[in-house]
Ligand binder design. Structure first.
Ligand SMILES: [Zn+2]
Length: 241
């Protein structure tokens, strides 16, 4: 066989293999993923990298989050169309903030069925006796924003929570008509003191930064890098008790 013919044959073989792969992919995608593992395989085929495991959740407050290589996705997304699955990949992988924010809008717009939703709890308000402390934390939010985040963060309500028992603090993104907010546990303030609570405030401000940058919430690489940059450890929050 001449060289030209050999090259031609090799090209043909490669073309055949590619089309077989494409066919295989098409077969695999003819049904919606039925499990977290199937969804993960599908997202990887769409270009997702750096995720080791996928957990399906019913937690409607965060639809897609990433912690140490484990992606948490609301189970309603199993039945989502391919365009929405592509938006998950774009949200997690795009180097451009505008693209990530656009992808997140697709995810937020995807309806999570009422049966999948837990009844939303009435929003908690700061107890009147804790309002002074909440105001003080809000002042620190403004100060840290200028000193550590270059003034990039939006002003958010910082409140003191009496409901929060296991957690030290919480950042909630804007959703269902509510504004974004940070809550700091009153129990944490009383047990560990104000200096420790300020560290928790900074931790939650890093989550706020993730949200405003269009990154998924969670303790991933973006979180650790930013936490280090603003002067706190990148560890996940401790649990009270
Ligand atoms: Zn955290």
């Amino acid at each position: 066989m001449g060289l030209r013919a050999l090259i031609g044959r090799l090209r043909g073989l490669r073309a055949a293999k590619t089309s077989r792969d494409a066919q295989q992919l098409a077969i695999e995608f003819t049904h919606a993923p039925r499990s977290g593992a199937e969804l993960l395989a599908q997202l990887k085929a769409m270009g997702l990298r750096g995720v080791r495991a996928l957990t399906l959740t019913r937690n409607r407050s965060v639809m897609v989050s990433l912690n140490d290589g484990t992606l948490r996705v609301h189970r309603a997304f199993l039945a989502a169309p391919e365009s929405v699955h592509r938006a998950i990949v774009k949200f997690l992988m795009s180097p451009r903030r505008a693209d990530r924010l656009a992808a997140r809008r697709v995810l937020i717009a995807y309806p999570i069925g009422e049966d999948e939703r837990r009844e939303p709890r009435a929003p908690e308000r700061t107890h009147p006796d804790d309002e002074g402390m909440a105001a003080k934390l809000s002042e620190w939010h403004a100060r840290y924003n200028v000193e550590r985040f270059g003034g990039a963060l939006k002003r958010v309500t910082v409140r003191v929570s009496r409901r929060m028992r296991a957690r030290l603090g919480h950042y909630a993104p804007a959703q269902h008509g509510r504004h974004a907010e940070i809550a700091i546990s009153r129990r944490h303030l009383r047990r560990h003191g104000f200096a420790e609570a300020l560290e928790t405030l900074l931790h939650e401000m890093v989550h706020q930064w993730q949200d405003e940058e269009g990154h998924p919430l969670g303790h991933d690489r973006h979180f650790r890098e930013k936490a280090k940059a603003v002067g706190i450890g990148g560890r996940a929050k401790r649990v009270v008790d």
